[in-house]
Design a protein around this ligand. Structure first.
Ligand code: PLP
Length: 452
């Protein structure tokens, strides 16, 4: 029955992303009005500690004065422009220089989008463009991994290794998904972690040989899988796959949309896991969530080859109206400064051990099978039986119940599969972390008592 509440209006006029509509009807939408530090507030004045940082991105919290001022100043100075036809804003020039400077690359080039999905799409198109220009138009297949998340556009959803995209008839042909490097879940009985990694590397090489290296455009990987349920790579994974990709001339693209700019405790996830990609996909933290923006950062080899290809073809026929938007770029310049020089990245480094220790305590609960993560991204996987790693019956919706119970207690965390994910803003203090532990622990105990 329609009434005049925010919740009813939200339901009547809006569609949600990734939302189970019956459950949201039952519980009511959380309509958010404002935020303060890591907290958000709804239309009823209720406060929630957002241990999801919005969607991983609001790493500086919800009211950072420096970021707000950067936006206001740039709106007053020059509120919008594009990056087409040999023109771009001064802010865009400065941001590209900064991104190459903070990247692991000695030199490079940056292309801007409005989102992480579009940045992955753009990277795929850059590879297709490049290989085509180099006389290999058949070098088009894209390799990713099962459980990876790369976005929602037709191409990035095809890259995403999740079964739910079948409702769209995706993936498109030519998008191949290799094994997920999650040892705890996919390691075989008696197999060591090193053997597991070697098996995945062998699978990659066998796929390249079967498909033909000359048909494969690139390999994309999140350093830590985020929306797949926070899955750090198995031991030595990138050290095993990178040389194989190099041997067959297949670019390695790090999708750092979540990991980039501090989430894993270093500027890049590829730094934390000690590998050198050929290009980086960035978004989310790039503007600390204060502007929709994505970026493709090409390392020297790809940048030089794309430059040569563009000169040969005369034009790189791609770009979004808001690519390199000056307000977004001004915010990103400030966000990078805030994350790297105002103690946010340091906070993650300083407190990630504390976060791990607190969650390890909670993970002693017999219905937690695995605690996994790094930096400020962690997951606790719920199990009906820890010894056999057996999951709860899906009909019990255990992780959703835990997340809903947390929400009722004023803590936002995210159910992913049967895991609960915690990826708080980088500004989280010790006291706020304790609040998170306390509420999470209570919610887990309550739900496990109901279902176990
Ligand atoms: N890549 C990764 C690793 C992501 O986690 C996401 C979003 O969560 C994307 C790409 C897509 O980004 P967007 O939602 O901005 O399109």
């Amino acid at each position: 029955m329609r009434d005049n509440s925010w919740e009813s209006k939200a339901d009547e006029f809006s569609l949600y992303g990734f939302t189970d509509l019956p459950s949201v009807h039952e519980r009511g939408t959380v309509v958010v009005t404002h935020g303060k530090g890591p907290y958000i507030y709804d239309t009823h004045g209720r406060q929630y500690l957002d241990a999801n940082s919005g969607l991983w991105n609001m790493v500086a919290g919800f009211d950072h004065p420096g970021l707000i001022k950067a936006a206001q100043d740039q709106y007053a100075r020059f509120p919008g422009y594009h990056a087409f036809f040999g023109r771009m804003s001064d802010q865009t020039v400065m941001l590209s220089e900064k991104l190459v400077e903070v990247s692991p690359f000695a030199s490079g080039k940056v292309f801007y989008t409005n989102s992480g999905s579009e940045a992955n799409d753009t990277m795929v198109k850059i590879l297709w463009f490049l290989h085509g220009a180099e006389g290999k138009p058949q070098k088009r297949k894209i390799l990713t991994r099962i459980n990876s998340y790369h976005g929602v556009t037709a191409v990035s959803a095809s890259m995403t290794g999740k079964p739910y995209n079948s409702v769209f008839g995706l993936p498109l042909p030519g998008f191949l998904h290799l094994g997920c490097p999650h040892y705890w879940r996919f390691g075989r009985p008696g197999e060591t972690e090193e053997q597991f990694t070697a098996r995945l590397a062998a699978e990659l090489e066998a796929t390249i040989i079967t498909e033909g290296a000359d048909t494969i455009a690139g390999f994309f990987a999140e350093p830590v899988m985020g929306a797949g349920g926070v899955i750090p790579p198995s031991k030595g994974y990138f050290q095993a796959v990178a040389p194989i990709l190099k041997k067959y001339g297949i670019p390695l693209i790090a999708d750092e949309v979540i990991c980039g700019f501090g989430r894993t405790g270093a500027t890049w996830g590829s730094e934390t896991y000690d590998f050198m990609p050929d290009a980086i996909i960035s978004s989310k933290n790039l503007t600390a969530g204060y502007f929709p923006m994505g970026a493709v950062i090409l390392g020297p080899d790809l940048a030089n080859r794309v430059q040569a290809a563009s000169e040969a073809i005369e034009e790189f026929p791609h770009g979004f109206t808001a690519s390199g938007h000056p307000v977004g770029c001004a915010i990103a310049l400030k966000a990078i400064d805030v994350i790297m020089n105002e103690g946010l990245a340091d906070n993650v480094k300083r407190l990630s051990g504390r976060m791990e220790a607190g969650l390890a305590q909670i993970a002693q609960n017999p219905n937690i099978g695995e605690l996994r993560g790094v930096g400020y991204m962690w997951a606790l996987e719920a199990v009906a039986d820890r010894a056999t790693k057996t999951l709860f019956d899906g009909k019990l919706s255990v992780s959703e119940r835990i997340a809903n119970t947390c929400t009722d207690m004023g803590l936002i965390c995210r159910p992913l599969g049967q895991s609960i994910v915690l990826c708080p803003p980088f500004i989280l203090t010790e006291a706020q972390m304790d609040e998170m532990f306390d509420k999470l622990d209570k919610a887990l105990r309550k739900v496990f008592a109901e279902v176990a």
